[in-house]
Design a binder for this molecule. Structure first.
Ligand code: R5P
Length: 311
């Protein structure tokens, strides 16, 4: 009885906000959390500036913001204003859950003069009002620099391992499409009991263009191959890798990635490609009907697990 009363007290003291971009996932997490759903109004002034107002009394409440953003440029501003409004209204704790961390691709200076966007974003979310930030499988946690202390990276590669374990066997070759994916691929190979691992040497002659130079490691000739990466954005890396592996004699090629951004016609490219299956999680909303090759793995339990101590 005491436990029930205690639980109800916590639930009543929590408000959950979403950006309504990923209805299925947002609904599942809301049902799990059980608290009130908050809302906010926003508009754009004639001069282009944003305005945002929360419609709830956040004072003394625990807040969970599930920020699955679609239109990064606009929604990042809305998110910053939301965090600020919550903190200004004296929320007791603001927890930001961002399954995909926007602007995480630029995580180091490759050429003098470049901004490190991922670190800046983490600092902005934190100074706007997020006391704790969760994300899933961020591109490079180290790239956050000093802002690393604000961000907890949930790295559950076993979720995807569990999904593809049923689809492949130890005769397959597992391939990293670039140096950055090497650690991930080594982990997957061990978990999937695959001995044959290869890495591709990738070169970007300019932003958005991908060239594969070389295959290092196991031969893919007459083999079934799975490419493993953190994200598919334009699909440039994936398609270039798949074509290269086909030219090296691979018999069948599939791919797995945590985040499916699918910008710039990536799904059409995948549909037209030699790829057989593409496994992605639903950290971002995905229209699985847009490609018969897609298999989507749900991550709501991962989110719930991370948030459970806040409900
Ligand atoms: C690169 O470092 C990443 O791990 C991905 O390979 C890359 O971001 C995918 O982008 P795209 O699909 O546009 O090639």
């Amino acid at each position: 009885m005491y436990r029930m009363a205690f639980y109800l007290k916590l639930v009543i003291n929590m408000i959950f906000y979403t950006f309504k971009n990923h209805p299925e996932l947002e609904k599942r997490v809301a049902q799990y959390l059980g608290g009130d759903e908050g809302s906010f109004d926003d508009k754009v002034f004639k001069n282009g500036e944003y305005y945002l107002k929360i419609n709830d009394n956040a004072g003394g409440k625990k807040i969970i913001v599930l920020a699955i953003l679609k239109d990064f440029q606009d929604e990042i501003f809305k998110l910053l204003f939301l965090l600020n409004a919550l903190k200004s209204n004296k929320a007791s704790k603001v927890v930001l859950m961002m399954p995909y961390f926007p602007y995480s691709r630029q995580d180091r200076v490759n050429e003098p003069g470049e901004a490190i966007s991922v670190e800046l974003m983490a600092n902005l979310f934190s100074s706007a009002g997020a006391d704790k930030i969760f994300t899933i499988d961020i591109h490079n946690h180290k790239g956050l620099g000093k802002a690393k202390k604000h961000v907890k990276n949930i790295l559950d590669w076993d979720l995807m391992v569990g999904m593809i374990l049923r689809k492949i066997d130890s005769s397959w070759v597992i391939v990293a499409p670039d140096k950055g994916a090497k650690k991930r691929v080594d982990y997957f190979a061990k978990a999937l009991k695959i001995n044959e691992v290869a890495y591709l040497k990738k070169h970007r002659p300019e932003a958005g263009k991908t060239e594969i130079k070389e295959l290092v490691g196991a031969s893919v000739r007459d083999k079934k191959v799975i490419i493993v990466d953190d994200m598919i954005d334009t699909g440039g890396t994936l398609i270039a890798a798949a074509n290269f592996l086909r030219d090296q004699g691979a018999r069948q090629i599939s791919a797995a990635a945590t985040h499916g951004l699918f910008s710039d016609g990536a799904l059409e490219k995948i549909n037209l490609s030699i790829l057989k299956s593409v496994y992605v999680t639903d950290t971002l909303p995905i229209d699985s009907h847009a490609s018969g090759k897609l298999e989507v793995i749900e991550i709501n339990e991962l989110i719930q697990e991370a948030l459970k101590k806040y409900v």
